[in-house]
Design a protein around this ligand. Structure first.
Ligand code: HEC
Length: 110
């Protein structure tokens, strides 16, 4: 391996470490706008009939159990806005409530 190559790999791993730090920093929370408390209300009203989520005390089994697995905030916003498979779009909730419910689903607690 030439020295140039080694240097390149070192640069890549440094970038990965920096990204990981950026994502775990407290500032990252600001990237998930949405109020989990309001989101919980939206969840019990509109989502609980199909989804189980322990914190919300819902036991729906039509859709996947949201206590299991991990999903990103952006993914939940997209699914709620556009729908997925037999889950219909919840665009009518409006941007704010979608952000609230997505923040809640990602954090799974208030
Ligand atoms: C009518 C039943 C129903 C309702 C109401 C419903 N969902 Fe779903 N949801 C589903 C089904 C079914 C799927 C699986 C879709 C697929 O993968 O084809 C799903 C998938 C999802 C997923 C992706 C899960 C994964 O791991 O892939 C998320 C996140 C989700 N729903 C969140 C919500 C939220 C938030 C609400 C309330 C705004 C909601 N759902 C309301 C039926 C529902």
């Amino acid at each position: 391996m030439t020295e140039r190559r080694v240097g390149r790999w070192a640069g890549v791993s440094l970038l990965v470490v920096m990204l990981a730090m950026a994502f775990s920093a407290p500032g990252f929370a600001a990237k998930t706008p949405g109020n989990t408390k309001a989101g919980k209300k939206v969840f019990t009203q509109f989502c609980g009939s199909c989804h189980t989520l322990k914190d919300a005390k819902t036991v729906g089994t039509v859709g996947p159990n949201l206590d299991k697995g991990k999903r990103t905030y952006a993914k939940v916003v997209t699914i709620v806005t556009k729908g997925k498979g037999s889950m219909t779009s919840f665009k009518f909730l409006g941007k704010k409530k979608i952000q609230d419910v997505a923040a809640y689903v990602v954090k799974k607690k208030v």
